[in-house]
Design a protein around this ligand. Structure first.
Ligand code: ADP
Ligand code: MG
Length: 405
């Protein structure tokens, strides 16, 4: 728009009187200011460089994305800007080929992993010759995270459905096994002495007892699985999260005391009642706090539970000074059957994850090996789902991994 106007204008420039010129300059300035407001309002980062690769413009979004100082960046070579290496590589590639780059994904650690969708388009003066390069950077992290999140929910839910089916099929024969082994046990007791040697009778009796014990153990495992994988349709009622935490603290205090773990709680009194399934949330928090207890070895253990009211959600943090979670394990932490414990089922955190997601909440964690772990759960205050937490665990982006520094 400005370009068409000025092209026409320059053709007539010699015939123009000073008054008209003044009007033209005023219009160009107005248009520039207008464009600057527009470019600064959009979420995409924009960096424009001239034929000598010097930055002539960058908008607020670009400055914000990479912590650039707009004043300091203008006039510098684009390749000298403190941009992430993956982005600089793309700029170098474009400079070498001169060809436009469209919608290329780059992964960056900044320090958290972020994904950018980048285009570098040569822009001309209307006569076809390119005089500038326009770099357009779209932060696509949130879109990718949401897609991955959806994938994760689906795979956990289908695994849960499969497990529920198998558990259900096992239950009936297991019941029947249980009854018949008990009958055998009883029958063994009723065998008259003298029919077999005492030794044989003893052996039969012992075997029947072992069978009964093992069958009951299996039944308990199946029961745990059935409970963990049954569908989680929360029964939403207004309830107080602080109250739930007080109940859990009462439940868990004796165990903490016997293990010498200090349990402290800080509850934000401003938190209103929220629509939740109180039973499920209690189960989820109990699982997390139990894990915290189990992560503590030796003396000086401490667990801190804190609630706080945020703009659109209630945040619950459970912090421990236990063994921590190695980075490699963090990605698998919510997967069913992932456990590092001898008697662990690896179902606890899967349940937590399903419950939080059924509440349209978010769950994140930060952990340092040998120092401790903090799990954070965000539950929405109203109908809108909570956005993912920055500390939310997301799987690595396989197709981009290795491309990032
Ligand atoms: P389980 O407790 O049966 O092992 P979970 O799903 O509850 O299963 O936890 C999975 C794994 O996550 C645990 O085995 C443990 O390795 C790790 N984990 C969970 N919470 C913590 C924590 N607070 N500190 C250290 N490791 C943890
Ligand atoms: Mg557990």
């Amino acid at each position: 728009m400005a370009r068409a106007f000025s092209t026409k204008f320059f053709k007539k420039i010699k015939k123009i009187d000073p008054e008209q010129l003044e009007g033209f300059i005023a219009q160009v300035l107005r248009e520039n200011a207008f464009l600057e407001v527009v470019f600064n309002a959009i979420a995409e980062g924009i960096i424009v460089s001239d034929g000598k690769h010097k930055v002539v413009f960058l908008n607020d979004a670009a400055a914000g994305m990479f912590g650039l100082d707009a004043g300091g960046a203008i006039g510098r070579d684009v390749e000298k800007l403190p941009l992430p290496p993956a982005l600089l590589d793309l700029i170098a590639e474009h400079r070498k080929s001169g060809l436009p780059i469209r919608h290329r994904e780059v992964a960056v650690r900044n320090p958290l992993r972020r994904l950018y969708n980048v285009s570098i388009i040569p822009a001309g003066d209307g006569d076809g010759a390119a005089t500038h390069d326009v770099i357009i950077i779209n932060d696509s992290t949130a879109v990718h995270r949401a897609a991955e999140e959806q994938q994760r929910i689906q795979s956990i839910e289908s695994l849960a459905a499969l497990t529920a089916g198998v558990a259900h099929e096992i239950k009936n024969p297991l019941n029947s096994l249980n009854i018949h082994t008990q009958l055998i046990h009883k029958a063994v007791d009723e065998i008259p002495r003298g029919v077999m040697t005492d030794e044989t009778l003893d052996r039969l009796d012992k075997s029947a007892s072992i069978l009964i014990d093992e069958i009951q153990r299996l039944a308990r495992i199946v029961d745990t699985f059935t409970r963990a994988v049954r569908p989680v349709k929360p029964n939403m009622r207004k309830a107080s999260i602080n109250r739930i935490i007080e109940t859990i603290v009462e439940l868990i205090t004796p165990e903490c005391e016997s293990r010498g773990i200090g349990l402290t709680v800080q509850l934000d009194a401003e938190i209103p009642q929220v629509l939740i399934d109180a039973e499920q949330i209690q189960q989820a928090l109990l699982n997390i706090i139990k894990n915290a207890v189990e992560a503590i070895e030796g003396d000086g253990g401490a667990i801190h539970v804190e609630t706080s009211l945020k703009s659109d959600h209630v945040l619950i943090d459970v912090e421990d000074n236990g063994v921590g979670i190695p980075e490699a394990d963090r990605l698998r932490i919510f997967e069913p059957y992932h456990s590092t414990k001898f008697h662990g089922t690896g179902l606890g955190l899967m349940m937590v994850y399903r419950i939080v997601k059924a509440h349209r909440g978010a769950i994140g964690l930060s952990s340092e090996e040998g120092a401790g772990t903090t799990f954070s759960i965000a539950l929405p205050l109203d109908e809108r789902p909570v956005r993912l937490l920055e500390s939310e665990v997301i799987p690595p982006l396989a197709h981009l991994d290795g491309a990032s520094p």
